[in-house]
Design a protein around this ligand. Sequence first.
Ligand code: OGA
Ligand code: MN
Length: 293
Amino acid sequence: MQIVPSGQTLGARIEGLDLATPLSDPDFRTLLRALGQFGVLCFPKQTIDVPHFAAFGRRFGDLEINVANLFHEPGFPEVMILSNMQDAAGKPLGLNDAGQGWHTDMSYSKDIALANILHAQRVPIRHGQSVGETQFRNMHAAYDALPDSLKDRLEGRTATHDFEKFWEVMRLRPGSGRKPLTEEQKRRKPPVSQPIVRTHPITGRKILYANPGYTMWIDGMDRHESDLILDYLFRHQERADFLYAHHWQEGDVLIWDNIGTVHNAVADYLPDEPRYMRRVQVMATLDYAKLAA
Ligand code: OGA
Ligand code: MN
């Protein structure tokens, strides 16, 4: 396998690996370390089927079954479908508005996620260029660049994250098919507190763990002050030099670090420009520090 860094703040291509073949332990370790270092890894031209895709994901940790999981590959509830496509009867094939806004998946969960993995089946192409890019921001770099005084103030602090925050933002957008969360769904996703500064399990470095999608407030702080700091942090994250965009090609398998990055899906394609992604959510259930050592 060959690792080709993008040369930008995040991103690398992994060449010469067919994900249909089980990963050897040394290759797995190499990939894990690359995930920490580059944040977003692309394996181009992969033709793996659903079971192999799920098996690849499972190598990194347990796979989550989404609380609002309406769309998944038949027989594989852990393999979600993100798509704007419909079947012949007009029934949606996938979730059509996933990730449209800066967020970190599962930050609203007591048990956080290590990574997300998408396998691009259909990518909208316009005038020979792919549209519907996915953007990432580097939270190692964002933490490093904070003023020391703010690092000190954030150290040891937690913030509350709530699944319903992002859900409501999406639900209130024009044309959204999302329904209010049921009491049962809310019960299964109660707000949780997360450290704002955490040590990344692979790199051992500090990262900024807060995102506009789910983070509500800093615990134990005056609300006004908390709003000001979070507002500052979310704007700090927007610095141009922390940004990396992935431009999809069909066959890409993309894995991203869901602890050391935040991400955003750019929905700049129309309903008749089909996009179809298989997706697994890898929970942080293994001892990554040990596996990467
Ligand atoms: C996700 C997500 C982005 C995309 O799968 O968690 O945010 O571009 N997807 O589909
Ligand atoms: Mn997401």
